[in-house]
Design a protein around this ligand. Structure first.
Ligand code: DLL
Length: 467
């Protein structure tokens, strides 16, 4: 067993294997201008990777079967024993896992380790009231740090770089995920979190931030805010952006790069898989390398759930290969993308996923925050003065997403005084904000003014053009 010493600097203290190599020894240049944080793992020959994956998959299945009643039941129902899975082709026989399954086992029912071994819990929104939780053992956190460090190194960050981390801190995995990954790489992290644009620009310049991590929409907002203050790319010290948590296009990449004077690189992840760092772009900017030694990738037809060949767009399905606290088998991400195993200029051998082009469910991503229309409906339906007619209007102001919730109120409320109406509106706004953790604008509509539908109700009007 390895001894992890928390207190540093003691004479004779045993060193963890991670400390065994110094940071400099670990970092090797890649062929695209970035660095490899774990050179061996990131350039594994295909056959060696496949072997590693099968070994880890078997361990994952054994652990899930032994410790997670949900998986034991699912596998028993299908008559599959963990040892029956011998090759990649057998994976298609395994059961899928969905966000609903996680919600049904809220909060800790999917954990494969005793609560006492869980050192951290993050969460993201579920389709109804309950968020989906994700637990980490100390080892899981350790792996996560390395996976994010890989992404940052691929973007050209190195020890000593100063990362302004403008992802939100808290239950969302963006803030702490990027934070610890950057520390692992040896960067200086400024944990500024999201928002407060004025302060972001000041800190960026005063501290000399060389890298920025946030959602692409916020990066663009910062670029615009800088321009409005007469600051051009030459006034900003940032060199690279590691941007993700929401869909964005290469067109937006070009604008962010021009506005901030940076290389803007994509990073992908989802809480259920542990957070950011599932896949990341190198400076070759040709798709995101999936950390395949830790995640098994499939793309399936979202309707038939049959595996699709490389190059075809379908739903990304991921299986964790190293997560101890919460192994997930064939998790349906709902993200639509394709994969390619063509060689990449950087020399990494892992498969690359295209930018997700959309989702196969109704989840909206608003400023990086996942929002399900059903969450809003639940709040509205709990307020007696509101009629069961509403519409969620999503738009973009500048580069920032905004949500307006139009709700129809009863005659009584509508006849109330202006002051009463305003108070009521604020109450509804507050209730929605409490559930979503983002601000929304509520517009009260006169009785019978929201369009009635003859078929499926159009609950969401998304006026945003692709970023
Ligand atoms: O968004 C984790 C993350 C944090 C990724 C910081 C990257 C950077 P969730 O809140 O659980 O986790 O949301 C996951 O966001 O299923 C996608 O739909 C979307 N998403 C995440 N990254 C990207 C990306 C984090 N690079 C959901 N491009 C995912 C497009 C993305 N969509």
């Amino acid at each position: 067993m390895t001894t992890h010493r928390v207190e540093g600097g003691e004479e004779g203290a045993e060193r963890s294997p991670l400390a065994a190599a110094t940071r400099e020894e670990r970092l090797v240049p890649d062929a695209a201008g970035g660095l490899l944080w774990q050179p061996t793992a990131e350039t594994l020959p295909t056959a060696r990777l496949a072997e590693l994956q099968m070994g880890r998959l078997r361990e994952t299945l054994h652990s899930a079967y032994a410790h997670v009643p949900f998986y034991r039941r699912k596998l028993d129902e299908l008559g599959i024993a963990p040892e029956d899975v011998r090759c990649h082709g057998d994976v298609a026989d395994l059961p899928f896992t969905t966000k609903t399954d996680l919600r049904d086992h809220y909060p800790f029912g999917m954990f494969a380790r005793p609560r006492g071994e869980i050192v951290r819990v993050h969460a993201s929104s579920g389709t109804t009231g309950n968020p989906t939780t994700v637990g980490y053992t100390r080892e899981d956190i350790d792996t996560w740090c390395d996976l994010v460090a890989r992404a940052l190194a691929a973007a050209g960050l190195k020890p000593g770089d100063l990362l302004q981390n403008a992802y939100g801190y808290g239950l969302f995995t963006g803030g702490l995920g990027l934070h610890f990954g950057a520390e692992r790489l040896g960067c200086t992290v400024v944990p500024i979190s999201g928002g407060n644009t004025e302060r972001q620009l000041k800190i960026m310049r005063d501290f000399g931030a060389t890298a920025l991590s946030c959602t692409p929409s916020y990066a663009m907002h910062l670029a615009e805010a800088a321009r409005d203050r007469g600051l051009g790319p030459e006034d900003l010290p940032v060199r690279v952006g590691v941007l993700g948590a929401e869909p964005w296009t290469d067109e937006l990449r070009a604008q962010i790069e021009a506005g901030l004077g940076i290389d803007a690189l994509d990073i992908y992840g989802l809480s259920e898989m542990g957070g950011p760092g599932v896949a990341f772009e190198c400076l070759g900017k040709a798709g995101m390398h999936v950390n395949e030694d830790h995640y098994l990738v499939e793309v399936v037809d979202p309707d038939t759930l049959m595996p699709l060949p490389e190059g075809e767009v379908g739903e990304l399905v991921l299986t964790t290969l190293s997560r101890r606290a919460q192994p997930l088998i064939r998790y349906r991400t709902r993200d639509l993308c394709s994969v390619s195993s063509d060689p990449c200029v950087c020399g990494r051998t892992a498969i690359r996923m295209s930018k997700p082009i959309g989702r196969s469910d109704d989840m909206l991503i608003i400023r990086g925050v996942n929002v399900f229309p059903s969450q809003i409906e639940e709040v509205l339906m709990g307020i007696p003065e509101i009629e069961p007619h509403y519409q969620i209007v999503v738009d973009r102001r500048g580069y920032l997403d905004v949500i307006e919730v139009w709700v129809e109120v009863g005659e009584d409320i509508f006849a109330a005084t202006m002051g009463d109406l305003e108070r009521f509106q604020r109450k509804v706004q507050g209730k929605i904000a409490n559930v979503l953790n983002i601000q929304v604008a509520v517009k009260l509509k006169e009785p019978k003014t929201i369009q009635r539908s003859e078929g499926k109700a159009v609950r969401v009007v998304d006026r945003r053009k692709p970023l």
